[in-house]
Design a protein around this ligand. Structure first.
Ligand code: TXA
Ligand code: MG
Length: 353
């Protein structure tokens, strides 16, 4: 086991000496977890094949699921890609730095392992001072998947990173909880029409405003397991976060959802099961269960997104047998939240009416 170094830094003005320490580790082929505006990432020099292999091993991530490559400057993009399509330029201008990942055809300086043998590469510029300072000081693009063990919820605090990866990585830059709470939106602009492969921190509505034509891959709104042939993003086909407990997602209008969740909670508790409910501020007081947690107000989906992964970890840690989650609207950040909840439930979705 390695000794994992904890480097506490201020999110707004990170201490340059600590950033330098972390950057030196990256330059030497090591692994450093760092905050972004979405979730914590686990970084390695994207152009160092051995470092990227170590990254996959530390996360226990399947080798066919490539990480996102993070840059700190638009000037870094051309050397990594074959061409920058007009639409990509538009999106980068509008949304970078920010929670948007773009898929390009990659250039030949990118090691095979960094792109899992695909002819495309995922790139984003994070909107976080610590992440940007680390990339700049390292002097290389940084490959960084979310800093969790494969199959766990993405980490929104350094504490979550430690729970999963302590002793498996070299260092963690800790600047507190992340702001957005769900991962970046992944958009493929290497083909027509542009397509959202993973919903995330940049909303579909905002993308439509800029692009006009953009589609949601069927996986984004899937309400059941889809056949693998339809997969365009490797991450979609891997088993995603599934809590130890069984998860049931109840979708529909609020009065009907409340009735259904109460009914389910009651019948499971009668059978002797320990029940957790993921509710919202507006509904949490109407439920009786072993654990009732609120994701936040239904009228503030940004807060719901911010709380989602932390609460999934917390409820699961209470060893409940069943988690009943309320669906929220598929609008704005709600689309990303519902995509994660549907996957976490293994598509066990009940439509309340
Ligand atoms: O917000 C985020 O995106 C965070 C932070 C750390 O930046 N990162 C993150 O990385 O969520 P990761 O590795 O957990 O998710 C990357 C996603 C996966 O679904 C992967 O399949 C997809 O991006 N991806 C990577 N390269 C791709 C490519 N060439 N084509 C299609 N999808 C790709
Ligand atoms: Mg991930």
């Amino acid at each position: 086991m390695k000794q994992t170094l904890l480097l506490k830094v201020n999110a707004e003005s990170p201490d340059p000496t600590k950033i330098k320490t972390a950057a030196k580790i990256i330059k030497n082929g090591g692994l450093v977890a760092f905050p972004t505006e979405t979730v914590y990432g686990l970084g390695a020099d994207a152009l160092n094949a051995a470092a990227v292999l170590a990254l996959f091993e530390a996360k226990k991530r399947p080798l066919d699921n490539p990480p996102i490559v993070h840059v700190a400057d638009l000037k870094e993009v051309p050397s990594l890609v074959q061409e920058v399509p007009k639409k990509a330029e538009l999106l980068m201008k509008e949304f970078w730095p920010g929670p948007l990942t773009l898929i390009f055809k990659h250039s030949n300086i990118v090691p095979n392992i960094t792109v899992a043998g695909l002819d495309t590469i995922a790139i984003r510029m994070p909107n976080h001072r610590v992440a940007l300072a680390l990339i700049k000081a390292s002097g290389c693009p940084i490959a960084a998947p979310s800093a969790n063990l494969a199959g766990k919820p993405s980490p929104t605090t350094a504490q979550h990173v430690f729970e999963d990866l302590n002793g498996r990585i070299d260092a963690v830059l800790d600047s507190g909880a992340t702001n957005i709470g769900v991962e970046s939106t992944v958009v493929d602009i290497s083909a027509e029409p542009p397509m959202v492969l993973r919903p995330g921190g940049t909303t579909f509505e905002a993308l439509k405003k800029v692009l006009g034509g953009v589609e949601l891959h069927p996986f984004v709104k899937a309400e059941e397991e889809l056949p693998l042939e339809k997969t365009r993003s490797p991450g979609m086909k891997h088993k995603h976060y599934a809590p130890k407990a069984e998860v049931i997602l109840v979708e529909g209008n609020i009065p009907a959802v409340i009735v259904k969740v109460r009914e389910l909670a009651k019948s499971y508790r009668l059978k002797g099961a320990k029940v957790g409910i993921l509710a919202t501020d507006e509904t949490q007081n109407v439920y009786e269960a072993n654990v009732v947690s609120s994701l936040g107000s239904r009228f503030n989906l940004a807060i719901v997104a911010q709380n989602l992964f932390r609460l999934l970890r917390e409820v699961d840690a209470q060893n409940v047998d069943i988690i009943i989650a309320e669906g929220i609207p598929l609008e704005g950040l709600g689309l990303a939240v519902m995509n994660r909840l549907r996957k976490a439930s293994g598509y066990c979705i009940i439509k309340a009416q």
